[in-house]
Design a protein around this ligand. Structure first.
Ligand code: F0G
Length: 468
């Protein structure tokens, strides 16, 4: 649907899902005794639970999207040719039309694209500044010999700060890094829209413009982690002067003009279950990406994806910029978050684009960060109600590459991540009631100790035991 700024559904007091249900999937309803056994077997790590034991699954919005009837139709017409697939052409055209990048290399998911771009642009010892780290992004930068430097505004680390663009790059931090190491020692600047670990916080168009101007002046490449770009565009439309009358499609396109290229996890805003891509303007970067993708993923015309998955993603790219769809998506997240706020539950504010984040430090003030409050809270929420959430705190932050000590992030959060077009607002009511019940008995919640720690991306498979 094309946007009619005078008539956006966001203005109406009640908003229902702008789609109806065609296929249903039965949810497992479990007893507390069942959940006690399940979480113990999972080492108190919600990543290790079986989905058959989970009632409402808010672990992630990644690959958990419901596809539309048009996407399922596209799956049937997927062209599985090894080379020169029609579905690749559809994907390439969609990326060019909506993002504005002429060159595209499909990858199996976002981290596949991160792997390629890190290998292409990073030289040993270079800095890679970004607006807050993301787990897989930083790991690929480090594996390629780079060092991540956080240049997000300070407000991003404060869960109660109401700044409308808490994902912004702090230009002074970027300038001082340039002064300190010199532009030649900066591989590229990586700007995520939105910022996942800050709470799904957006970056303003003005900030993108300023970052790109500063980088161009110093001949530094600017890349985007565009994983949740449509959600970011909604916040620009809602909050930034001059954008209220523009459509999500127009805003997305303008956002991308400030970048040399992007990595994309299609599992988020592209509304599919698997896939991603690397897109760019520079033909020499494209050539290098084509050389590498055949080693690590597959032929440049499918990368890590089946033809049908590229076809579904091409259709999803068009659906992600539908103003009505994205307005309801953000509405649904606020429908959950506002109930928690009304009950006094500490969450990250403003409520972001893909999730509601519980602030575990304020939720469990009797625990220290070394007691793993977010890990404990996620396990307790599952026990309480069968709702699965994810730790995004000291466990996710891993260890410092040089010292081997725990990174202790200011934000110690539990993420209630909302899959796209999957649950109804009524499910959100159940989640809100469960979290509020837990909050009322918060002083009974104990900390955890880690009893198994894998060497990298430890949060995925680490195991824990409750403290007595
Ligand atoms: N960048 C951001 C901001 C992400 O949130 C993710 C994935 C990736 C890159 C990597 O993409 O999973 O397709 O390889 N985030 C998921 C999450 C895992 O649950 O937040 P991927």
């Amino acid at each position: 649907m094309t946007a009619d700024p005078q008539n956006l559904p966001v203005a109406s007091p009640i908003m229902a899902e702008p789609y109806r249900i065609k296929t249903v999937e039965t949810l497992p309803i479990t007893t507390r005794a069942h959940r006690e056994k399940a979480i113990k077997e999972a080492g108190y790590n919600t990543f290790l639970l079986h989905s058959r034991d989970v009632y409402i699954d808010l672990l992630t919005d990644s690959g958990t999207n419901a596809m539309s009837d048009k996407q399922w139709s596209a799956m049937m017409s997927g062209d599985e040719a090894y080379a020169g697939s029609v579905s690749f052409d559809e994907l390439k055209d969609a990326v060019e039309e909506i993002y504005g990048f002429p060159y595209v290399v499909p990858t199996h998911q976002g981290r596949g694209a991160e792997h390629l771009i890190s290998k292409i642009l990073i030289k040993e010892g270079q800095s890679v500044p970004g607006n807050m780290y993301f787990t897989t992004t930083r790991l690929h930068q480090e594996l390629a010999g780079g060092t991540f430097v956080d240049i997000i505004v300070d407000e991003a680390h404060d869960p109660t700060n109401q700044n409308p663009f808490k994902g912004n790059v702090d230009l002074k931090k970027l300038q001082s890094l340039i002064d300190q190491v010199g532009p030649a020692n900066i591989a590229y600047v990586n700007v995520a829209v939105t910022v996942n670990l800050a709470g799904g916080q957006p970056v303003s168009m003005q900030n993108l413009r300023e970052v790109s101007e500063l980088c161009r002046r110093h001949e530094i490449i600017v890349w985007s982690d565009a994983t949740r770009l449509a959600e970011n565009a909604f916040f620009i439309q809602e909050r930034e002067e001059g954008y209220a009358g523009k459509s999500i499609r127009e805003i997305v396109k303008e956002m991308m003009t400030h970048f040399d290229g992007c990595t994309m996890s299609g599992k988020k805003d592209c509304l599919v279950n698997i896939g991603g891509f690397l897109a760019m303007r520079d033909p020499s970067v494209f050539q290098r990406a084509c050389e590498l993708v055949v080693v690590y993923e597959g032929m440049p015309s499918y990368g890590g994806m089946a033809g049908r998955d590229m076809a579904a993603m091409a259709q999803g790219i068009h659906e992600m910029v539908d103003d009505d769809y994205i307005a309801h998506r953000i509405h649904q997240i606020r429908h959950l978050g506002n109930q928690l706020l009304a009950a006094g539950v500490p969450i990250v504010e403003p409520i972001g684009g893909h999730a509601v984040f519980l602030d575990a430090k304020r939720f469990l003030p009797h625990l220290t960060q070394e007691d793993l409050p977010a890990q404990s809270l996620a396990a307790e929420l599952y026990l309480e109600s069968g709702v699965r959430a994810m730790e995004r705190g000291i466990v996710s932050a891993g260890r410092n590459k040089a010292t081997g000590l725990n990174n202790a992030p200011k934000l110690e959060l539990v993420r209630l991540t909302i899959p796209r077009r999957v649950y109804t607002d009524r499910h959100m009511d159940v989640v809100a009631a469960s979290v509020i019940a837990l909050y009322s008995r918060r002083d009974q919640i104990h900390g955890m100790t880690m009893v198994y720690e894998p060497p990298t991306l430890r949060f995925f498979t680490a195991r824990f035991e409750p403290m007595a």
